[in-house]
Structures are given as C-alpha cells and as structure tokens.
Design a protein around this ligand. Structure first.
Ligand code: PLP
Length: 374
C-alpha cells in the first residue's frame, strides 16, 4: 500500500490495535444474540454490560445513562427529532448555524413538520457565548443544541455556561461532542448536559457505532422502534463487537488523554512554525480555544479544493469543509457563519492531526504546501 500521510483525523481515525483485537472474539466465537435467554448469549451480554460501564466511567456518567446508536448522526437525529415531538407546549429548538449537518438537517426536518427552530450565529472567532444564547432563549424552548467543538475550525464551546443558562429557563441542553469525546476531558455531570452525542470512529474506534448519553430522569422518546433493546429506547440487535471495540478505544484514549494532547499539540506547533519558516502565509481559524491538532487554515489567494487535490497527488490526505460532506463544493456553512472573508474562505483547508501522526508527516505536509503555495 502507498505510504499516505493521513491528516484527516477529524473525518475518521485509524483504529486502535487493541480495540480491534478486542472485537474479533465477538465476530468469530461469541457471536450469539445478546438478547437471547440461553447460555450462549451470556458472554456477549456481559461484554455489552462491561462496555457500557467503561464508556460511562470515561465521561463521568452512570452506565444506565449510555444508549448505543449507530454513530453521531443517529444520536443527533434522535435528540433533535424525539425531543421536538415530546412536548407540544414547548416546541422551539435552539441551535447554532455552524452545527454539523446531522443537527442542521434534523432541525430542517422538524421545521418542515411545523416545529420552530432558531439558529444562533457564532462570533467571528467561532463561539456561541452565553450572551449570544441569552438573545435567543425563551421559556417556550424545549431543547438547546450546541456542539462541544466545531468540526471544521475546532473552536471549543463554553458548554458548561451555555448549559447553565439553558437550565435557568427550564430548557434541556444537548451537545454534539463527536469531535471532543476521547480527545478532551469530559465529565457530563460536571458540565450538566442532559444529552451528549459521540461516535467511536472519531476516537480510534470502529465505524458505525456511537452512543447517546441521556441524563437519568430525563425522558427522551425512542427514535428507532422495534425490539426491546437498550431498555426499549433504541431497537435493533446489538452490534456487540463494535460496542466492545468502542469501549476499548475510548478507554485507551482517555487513559492517555494528556500525553496524546501534549504529543498532538507539539506536532501542531511544529507545523505552524515550519509553515512560518518556509514563508507560507496562512491564517488559522477558530480563535484561541481550539481542539488540539484540528487546524482550519486559510491560504490567501489559494483555492482550498485545488490544495486538497494537489496534496492528494502527493499522497497527503487533508480536507476542505466538513468531513462528511466531501461532495459539496460551495463555501462551507461554518466559514460563512463566522463571516470569513470570501477569498479566505475559498482558500481554506482542514488539517487534522491525530495520535498516529509523526514529525515526518508534518514535514511532508509542509513540503507539500510549499510546492503549492510558494
Ligand atoms: N457531528 C459532528 C460534529 C461530526 O464531526 C460528525 C462527523 O464528522 C458527525 C456528527 C457525524 O458522526 P458519524 O460519522 O458518527 O455519523
């Protein structure tokens, strides 16, 4: 296989080898349906129970507050749609204009059914502040959904403060933490959120599995109807191997959280310093509190699409716009929401470094950009 430099870790990540190894027995040997009453189902059932406890501990939750889903998109759809339909007296949903499409298109779907949605514009640095929320919040709101960290520019939102403001109005608070879980220290009970979405493939786990945290005592109608799995809240035969892999990956990342952050921050600093030394002019978007390794970079006078394709020819994977949105070529809604100058927006790419990147990767990225921009 060609030696790629993979610098698109915000889109997806390489699996942790131990997590991968932990999955194999549940595909090949312990493949029983965990919901069956016979002895052969005991091991998979126990594996799910153990995984739930591990995941809960990693985010400071109780095991019964973790509900397995197929990933971030499903968790987001579940919260937005089910909460809208739950209480006909409180019909308003409040979100931000720079959420992932999993939130924005779920909101568009409930709007088509007559449920109002208010979209908050972030500051030009890329933050929804409590003051911005204060201008939109009313007590007929049912749900406020603001992402933990933005997937294009990395800005980490003041979720604890936003959550406090929501609760002062008796409004439930959800955060799409798909980019943050496994990368930032998160304790759901400290922050106070009612719902939190996460996705395993963003933290070196398998694809097609994630979870939704639902605070104990908060009612959220089920979104996927069918069997009685997940306490009748999310039907479908459990993907035991993926659940086990997700728990192992999250545990590994959380145990090494600070070391990983330090390592990735060092790579990031090196990248920025080398770009500077090489005379490559660029601007980093996202303000001062951003996810380690997630760099939304704007190159004046350049074309982000062209940079992506030329880097691809050199075996370097980066992205423009949103990770899951590779087919769209118009200026990203995130860059528009922070009112980035059109010319800068056009020349923007996202480089996202992860725990498996090296200094050699960083140098190849710099040399690639030098060939394009200088
Ligand atoms: N939310 C955010 C912030 C994301 O970055 C993504 C994926 O890029 C998703 C949701 C969707 O997650 P999944 O790929 O698990 O459906």
């Amino acid at each position: 296989m060609r030696e790629y430099v993979y610098a698109d870790n915000a889109a997806t990540t390489k699996m942790d080898k131990n997590a991968y190894d932990a999955m194999a027995p549940y595909l090949l040997e312990e493949y029983g349906n965990a919901s069956q009453p016979y002895a052969f189902a005991r091991e998979p059932k126990k594996a799910i129970t153990d995984a739930r406890a591990v995941i809960a501990e990693c985010i400071g939750a109780l095991p019964e507050e973790i509900f397995f889903t197929s990933g971030g998109t499903e968790s987001d759809n579940w919260v937005v749609k089910s909460s809208a339909f739950a209480d006909q007296r409180k019909r308003l949903t409040i979100t931000s204009a720079f959420e992932h499409h999993a939130i924005l298109r779920s909101c568009a779907a409930i709007e088509r059914l007559g449920y109002p949605v208010a979209y908050m514009q972030p500051s030009v640095e890329g933050y929804i502040t409590p003051e911005i929320l204060g201008r939109h919040i009313t007590d007929d709101a049912r749900l406020i959904s603001v992402m933990y960290a933005n997937n294009e520019i990395g800005s980490i939102q003041p979720v604890r403060e936003l959550c406090k403001a929501a609760h002062a109005y008796g409004v439930l608070f959800h955060t799409d933490a798909v980019q943050a879980v496994g990368h930032l220290k998160i304790n759901v009970h400290d922050i106070g959120v009612d719902f939190l979405s996460a996705s395993a493939h963003k933290f070196n786990g398998p694809k097609g599995i994630g979870f939704l945290f639902i605070r104990k005592g908060v009612e959220l109608p089920s979104y996927v109807d069918g069997g009685r799995q997940e306490k009748a809240h999310r039907a479908g035969t459990e993907n035991v191997a993926a659940i086990v892999g997700m728990a192992a990956a999250l545990k590994a990342n959380c145990e090494m959280l600070e070391e990983n952050q330090r390592y990735i921050l060092n790579l990031e600093r090196r990248l920025m310093a080398r770009l500077d030394e090489t005379g490559i002019v660029c601007r980093r978007n996202g303000g001062s509190n951003v996810l380690p390794g997630l760099l939304g970079l704007s190159f004046p006078g350049q074309d982000g699409e062209a940079i992506l394709h030329r880097m691809d020819l050199m075996g370097i994977c980066i992205s423009t716009g949103s990770a899951c949105n590779g087919e769209e070529t118009s200026t990203s809604h995130v860059l528009r929401s922070i009112m980035l100058d059109e010319n800068l927006a056009k020349g923007t790419v996202r480089i996202s470094l992860g725990k498996y990147n090296t200094e050699v990767d960083v140098e190849r990225i710099v040399q690639g950009l030098k060939r394009i921009c200088c």
